[in-house]
Design a protein around this ligand. Sequence first.
Ligand code: TMP
Ligand code: ZN
Length: 417
Amino acid sequence: MTGTEQRPCRVCAAPIAPFMTFGSMPIANGFLDEADIATEYRFELAPAFCESCATFQLYEQPSPARLFHDQYPFFSSSSQAMAAHFDAFAASVRRRLGARPALVVEIGSNDGTLLQHFNGDGCRGVGVEPAANVAAVARARGLETIEAFFGRALAESLRSQHGPADAIVAANVICHIPDVQDFAAGVAALLSDEGVLVFEDPYVGDMLAKRSYDQIYDEHVFMWSATSVANAIRPHGLELIDVEAQPTHGGSMRYVCGRAGRHPISAAVAALRQSEEAAGICSRTRYDQFRVECEAARDQFRSLLLSLREQGRTVAGYAATSKSTTLLNYCGIDRSLIAYIADTTPLKQGKVTPGSHIPVVSPDVFLADPPEFAVLFAWNHAAEVMAKQQAFTAGGGKWITFVPDVAILDASGGRDA
Ligand code: TMP
Ligand code: ZN
């Protein structure tokens, strides 16, 4: 990529160009068999920032059908902390809806971990999920699930079949939808007059503050802010009415949107927009600084692993996250530096990681023959993983983290001097 190419912003159509590149990247969730390495798909992972509407977005994205298919390996129920988070998310939406009967449509309902809370007590939940395998899990749990991508056409057919939705909810999904205008048009078509769209996604402000560049991968075509969300939905007669920061996925934001003029606007919206201005989230300069920070973090991580290899220490990884694909490929890490990655997801075990081709094994291997050092790729689930794997540190093992900076942790989770 030369840096001189331009294409229209996905939100406002102003010309944009990448501010950096992470290089050639495979599909982040594209865990593969060794036999398929030669034909692995790659694209250039390069983020862009639109100075007209302040939206952080990928310049190029593989087609969604390549990402969300019948072998999609991510199950919402794989983390206990996320399951608890979804309980609270559902309770907050239900409080907004009050006691009246309500139709709740979830976009990207995955295996039904959130949707299950909108079934019963006067609520009717309908899920929309394009990945066949996870949709089948939800259906087997008795949850009505339509196997499709959400957009205006689907929204219109949902409305004619079920009536207007009182709430549309989505968790870690809206940032995956490249045609954000078609999504917003769909929301405008489906929502009742007083209805609300409540969605949460990883927050660009946290990514910048924590230098968590591993959040940037094919599925995260956007990293939203309050400013960019407001700009994206405005053309569809929608406005941002509330925001609430969430600790999930390394720092997320929950956005509540409704038809313009129909709802009181919480003071939190203006406060967050002011803090975004102050933090430079709306200016290109901040993203140029981020690029420099990413380059330094890459060099640090690689040097640590090279020096451990030189010392003959054993190093493995824990949790084959989608995020780790960007980290491993950008930093040029392979199985000579990290012998294997343990992960609880059966679909990933026995495969190798995308691009870096490190074997994924069951956590039993990690327990039976622990390495001296383990990179904690699921840094956003650090508390849950470290609690589950206490035997590792009790036996002298050390965790390595890389967010907000590269460090070796002591047994209590603090940074070793
Ligand atoms: P995520 O960071 O995209 O949510 O992916 C989490 C991955 O981490 C998923 O593959 C499951 C795995 N995992 C474990 O292997 N053990 C754990 O204790 C937790 C919380 C997650
Ligand atoms: Zn724009």
